[in-house]
Design a protein around this ligand. Structure first.
Ligand code: FE
Ligand code: FE
Ligand code: MG
Length: 173
């Protein structure tokens, strides 16, 4: 490529995608699966905060609501990155369950310990999924997605810790 038109006529989005190279399609698929997981996690926390019953209910509700908002934030970060890479974020909610890796646990039993256990299981699945994704992305040379997934992983680790702390406190009552 001659120097004179090295950056000529190139839209930022195009160059931004080009530096990722051949792995872009695979990365977009991984990010969409994570996006599905985040939406399901968001709803599981959101509805859990409304139906939960038992000891320390207000504390549990606050933590679940806080996590719901953070999962929604993750969904936004993932969707933004999918678009940057030239992909299309999942457009139909019917695909959330279909494409999800961690699935959805219906909080049929509203007891605080049951709801917490379900969400801890969800966080542990998310931690595994994002760790595996990091390993995969390492080989695909996309430092921006790597950084993003690493940040989300850090949040999921904190989520697990927060829920387990609550669980422990409730069991001490
Ligand atoms: Fe999340
Ligand atoms: Fe989480
Ligand atoms: Mg928290």
């Amino acid at each position: 490529m001659p120097n004179s038109n090295r950056f000529g006529g190139m839209k930022m989005g195009t160059k931004g995608t080009q530096i990722v190279g051949k792995g872009a399609k695979e990365i977009i698929d991984m990010l969409n699966r994570a996006l599905a997981d985040e939406w399901l996690a968001y709803y599981q926390y959101w509805i859990g905060a409304l139906v939960v019953r038992g000891p320390m209910r207000p504390n549990v509700q606050d933590e679940l609501s806080e996590h719901a908002n953070e999962e929604l934030g993750h969904a936004k970060m993932l969707a933004d990155r999918i678009i940057e890479l030239g992909g299309t974020p999942i457009l139909n909610p019917a695909d959330w369950v279909k494409k999800s890796g961690c699935g959805y646990d219906e909080p049929k039993d509203p007891h605080v310990l049951k709801v917490l256990a379900q969400n801890i299981k969800g966080e542990q699945c998310a931690i595994m999924a994002y760790s595996e994704m990091l390993e995969r992305i390492k080989g695909l040379k996309d430092p921006l997605t790597f950084h993003l997934v690493r940040k989300i992983l850090q949040d999921e680790v904190k989520h697990e810790q927060d829920l387990q702390d609550l669980e422990q406190d409730i069991k001490m009552i």
